[in-house]
Design a protein around this ligand. Structure first.
Ligand code: AMP
Length: 215
């Protein structure tokens, strides 16, 4: 099963991707996670991406397309994959179509998680991520057992640089102008499945899994 998770920053794509990984055993391909890892390691890719990310802007298409292309060649994607945070522009969507047709693959569904801007802002500024394993918490909806510490690995929890309110608003407006047109792009292909992302995490997961079970 080859899936795309579409939705504004903070819509819950990463959280839902993890639930899909658990149920279907296919890997989550999060360009945001891959870029953050590159930044943390100080690689060439990380150096290129950092200033865009900190400013809430999109990393240039050719950079992101390159990392997804490499990732889709890996063996664990043979049974399927979940693209989380990619594509984010029309150029990326077109590049993805080309990559997939070269690999003889198709997208089976585009799950579009919808959440209004004010809810996104409220969610993201309360989001805390583990520096060590990347697990994501929310101070109100999903607090860690011990303040500032990851339940899974004990790592330090932090607020991502690009999760500050001003940057979140910039990211949302980038989403509206660059990424939202993809709903139409995939809608015309009959692939879009809308999910109301304002419900609780478990309710959204139930809705997503119901859609995927029916594919
Ligand atoms: P995310 O964790 O998906 O919210 O991504 C965090 C940041 O990484 C974004 O604000 C962008 O700067 C960058 N990024 C992630 N995915 C992409 C993409 N597909 N295209 C361009 N930039 C991306």
């Amino acid at each position: 099963m080859n899936l795309i998770l579409l939705g504004a920053p903070g819509a819950g794509k990463g959280t839902q991707a993890k639930a899909i990984v658990e149920k279907y055993g296919i890997p989550q391909i999060s360009t945001g996670d891959m870029l953050r890892e590159a930044v943390a390691k100080g690689t060439e890719l990380g150096k290129k991406a950092k200033e865009y990310m900190d400013a809430g802007k999109l990393v240039p298409d050719e950079v992101v397309i390159g990392i997804v292309k490499d990732r889709l060649q890996e063996k664990d994607t043979e049974k399927g994959f979940i693209l989380d945070g990619f594509p984010r522009t029309l150029a990326q969507a077109e590049a993805l179509d080309k990559m997939l047709s070269e690999l003889g693959k198709n997208i089976d569904a585009v799950v579009n998680v919808t959440v209004p801007e004010e809810e996104v802002v409220k969610r993201i500024v309360n989001r805390r991520s583990c520096k060590n394993c990347g697990a994501v918490y929310h101070l109100i909806y999903k607090p860690p057992k011990e303040e500032g510490k990851c339940d899974k690995c004990g790592g330090e929890l932090y607020l991502r640089d690009d999760d500050k309110e001003e940057t979140v608003r910039d990211r949302y407006s980038v989403y509206r102008s660059q990424t939202e047109p993809l709903i139409d792009y995939y809608g015309k292909k009959g692939l879009v499945k809308d999910v109301d992302g304002t419900k609780s995490i478990d309710e959204v997961t139930a809705d997503v899994l119901k859609i995927l079970d029916a594919l």
